[in-house]
Design a protein around this ligand. Structure first.
Ligand SMILES: C[S@@+](CC[C@H](N)C(=O)[O-])C[C@H]1O[C@@H](n2cnc3c(N)ncnc32)[C@H](O)[C@@H]1O
Length: 153
């Protein structure tokens, strides 16, 4: 797992980046890997992202790569509004959804792109990208949906 991969890519291009990671080992790994980059790390978790909200910051882009499928339906219904509330006007939110066999011992849910779009639209997020593709990570039988939304406010 490449903790902080997205954060590092954006920081390398000069963007101001906040990385949110609730798992202490992954956060430490990401901080070690990318310690040379100006990334603000926050120990926080979906669905509420209370610490992120407490900063008062809003964002042009929120990436949730390979995260959303770890949330159950109640959490997803709560999380979408909390994430939408962190976007600037016309801000973007992108996420990927893993499909296929769930590794033993992992908490993961099968979530459709359609469900995710339906949740998003309730919070003013309009779909601007919807694609499916083979696994970059995950192994045999695994495939991914990739979605991006724009805040209409
Ligand atoms: C499959 S890894 C993906 C990590 C990274 N985004 C990537 O693409 O390599 C899943 C990530 O989701 C995080 N995660 C799981 N449940 C979460 C939650 N409730 N809130 C925030 N992050 C969560 C894990 O800590 C882990 O970093």
């Amino acid at each position: 797992m490449s903790a902080g991969r997205d954060a590092a890519a954006f920081a390398e291009h000069g963007h101001t980046v906040t990385a949110v990671e609730p798992t202490v080992e992954l956060r430490a790994h990401g901080q070690q890997l990318h310690g040379h980059l100006p990334i603000t790390w926050i120990d926080d978790s979906l669905p509420d992202l209370n610490r992120v909200h407490a900063t008062g910051e809003c964002y042009d882009l929120i990436m949730q790569t390979a995260v959303w499928m770890h949330l159950d339906l109640d959490q997803r219904e709560r999380a979408i509004g909390r994430v939408a509330g962190l976007l600037r006007p016309n801000g973007l939110m992108a996420l990927s959804l893993r499909h296929g066999p769930v590794p033993a011992g992992r908490r993961m849910f099968e979530i459709s792109a359609t469900e995710t779009q339906a949740l998003a639209v309730r919070h003013g997020l309009v779909t601007i990208h919807d694609s499916e593709g083979a696994a970059l990570q995950g192994g045999p039988g695994v495939w991914w949906s990739r979605l991006a939304f724009r805040a209409q406010r």
